[in-house]
Design a binder for this molecule. Structure first.
Ligand code: 5GP
Ligand code: ZN
Length: 115
């Protein structure tokens, strides 16, 4: 057991609006969405961030990327979507359990503001 909030959501210990679940992966809506559709895809395995991955995670990461467009389409994002992985403090990561944000359905701004 650990205190990670995303592990707890995946275990059903704290509420989350589930989008998808299988043996290895879990997806749920972001509590503070930045667009009409905003959910996160996570491995059930606790991996703190993309900084911590190695070759042993290659299949799992591949599975996540293959699943992302399928779930996005199921959520109505037939016209495209944005995937974001914030990594470490330097990447603006706030929850230290690896997650892919899947975002769309609205007016998606440029990825990085140039000002
Ligand atoms: P990060 O900045 O780490 O890439 O993104 C963390 C995301 O998790 C944020 O978009 C935030 O809104 C979301 N989040 C934080 N706590 C919770 C929670 O308890 N439940 C859900 N569903 N999302 C959360
Ligand atoms: Zn975790």
């Amino acid at each position: 057991m650990n205190d990670c909030i995303f592990c707890k959501i995946a275990r059903g210990e704290i509420p989350g609006k589930k989008v998808y679940e299988d043996e290895e992966l879990f997806a749920f809506h972001d509590i503070n969405p930045v667009a009409p559709v905003h959910f996160m895809l996570i491995p059930k395995l606790h991996v703190a961030s993309l900084m911590e991955v190695d070759n042993s995670h290659a299949a799992l990461l591949g599975k996540m990327l293959v699943l992302a467009p399928k779930l996005a389409k199921e959520q109505g994002l037939n016209n495209g979507f944005r995937t974001v992985i914030n990594t470490g403090k330097g990447g603006g990561q706030e929850v230290f359990h690896l997650h892919i944000h899947i975002i769309g359905g609205g007016n998606i701004p440029p990825m990085v503001r140039r000002d």
